[in-house]
Design a protein. Sequence first.
Length: 218
Amino acid sequence: MRGIVLVSLILPATAVPAAGQMAVGVRAGVGSAWMASPGGVDFAPCPPDMECPSSAEDAVLGFTFGADFDIPVSSSGDVLGLRIGAAYAKKGGAASGYDVGGQPNRGSLSASHLQFSLLLRARVFLTSDRRHSLVVLAGPWVGSRLSCENEGSVGLDCDVVDAGIAVAAGAESALRRGSKASVGLEGIYYLGLREYSGGYLEMTRLAAVQVGFAYRIG
């Protein structure tokens, strides 16, 4: 199943004819990661004879770094394109609740994933020399778990696969007029749609600000 998803991400991009120059980029970011529970779960205190694990809904430090290819869509003048990327992402969350005695019941979850994404990119040029631009991106991603640490009382186990959608917006600028190299700053939000089954259902979230360097090829 995972292989089918990865192929579905890659094949559409290889079939798109390019106009202009493809760009290769590297990006790194840091932000907040947490686990979202639909409807919320609250035990205060935990009922007798019942296991009440905490919900990892409190934010912890999360980060991502990786590399990508930007392929312009034919005849769009580089206004539209596809960004195909692979990234390492750190996710998880901090949990806080109460045990049967009403005492604090805390825990944390930390999981790392190798993520693959296919994002549709739209660009608006701000200057006539096309040196400065604004970009927005959106599309699917799928991640394979690399590691997982569960400390304290957290109401779920790490799953092997995570998947969802990502949205991002930012700005890019060429290092100088006519340069093939550019730098960028963007905010990105990874919304996990795969449910993790533990004491209840949770899904991953990661909101990060990342910086990037790209170089046009050709």
